[in-house]
Design a protein around this ligand. Sequence first.
Ligand SMILES: Nc1ncnc2c1ncn2[C@@H]1O[C@H](COP(=O)(O)OP(=O)(O)OP(=O)(O)O)[C@@H](O)[C@H]1O
Ligand SMILES: [Mg+2]
Length: 244
Amino acid sequence: MLAIEEISKTFGGVRALSEVSLSCGAGEILGLIGPNGAGKSTLVNVISGVVTPDKGAITLAGGDIGAMATEGRARAGVARTFQNIKLFKDLTVRQNVEVAHITCVSARRDVAATIDIDTLLERYGLAALADLAAGTLAYGAQRRLELVRALALGPVLLLLDEPAAGLNELESEALAEAIEDIRATVGCAVIVIDHDLGFINRLCDRLCVMDQGRVIADGGTEDVWSNPKVIEVYVGTSTAHSAH
Ligand SMILES: Nc1ncnc2c1ncn2[C@@H]1O[C@H](COP(=O)(O)OP(=O)(O)OP(=O)(O)O)[C@@H](O)[C@H]1O
Ligand SMILES: [Mg+2]
């Protein structure tokens, strides 16, 4: 589904991404983790077209999307949420979702026809809030709206940058269920970034661990958590040694 090959990106003197290669299949939930500044958001920004890489290739369902602008990628089904919520705050909840749906209609009318906005609002607890300005919603509801807006795009690939940040335990459990439900019903590829490792371990089939712009581990959850490089990054060398 998604294949990225040898992506590099430097901001001034900072090497945010260094020869990063990664793939994600349809129906797969991939957790992208790593310490602050590892390059996770930059990678998601490169995939969605917000940041232009210095080198590397990106293909979605076999098609090269590397040269497309953000809008083109959205029409192709690359949907995302942001680390810092980016809604149209003055538009209503419903209008926020409609804007995404219109984008889908313009590019993939057949997919758009399968998406019912009222059903989505109902399913994610936003029906009663549909006519309120998005900016007036409580934080948890704004996060849900971002997700619903991404779903209205008919995602082929769904990118979630720290969706559980700032949610309480109950809310993040509900979010994990919602993402599992999306995998089952939409069948898209999902890449989810989060620092809440309980949330990530519960949700993901596969983990990709980044550190200082590089992928240091990629595989099943158990394999990744027993990888010495990952232990070193998460626990620290001296602590890891003293534990033996
Ligand atoms: N637009 C930018 N301009 C300059 N430097 C940037 C820019 N975006 C990211 N960086 C730098 O690139 C590196 C990777 O940042 P990125 O935001 O991708 O990390 P992250 O893994 O998402 O971290 P966090 O977990 O804190 O969100 C950091 O050193 C960051 O300061
Ligand atoms: Mg980030």
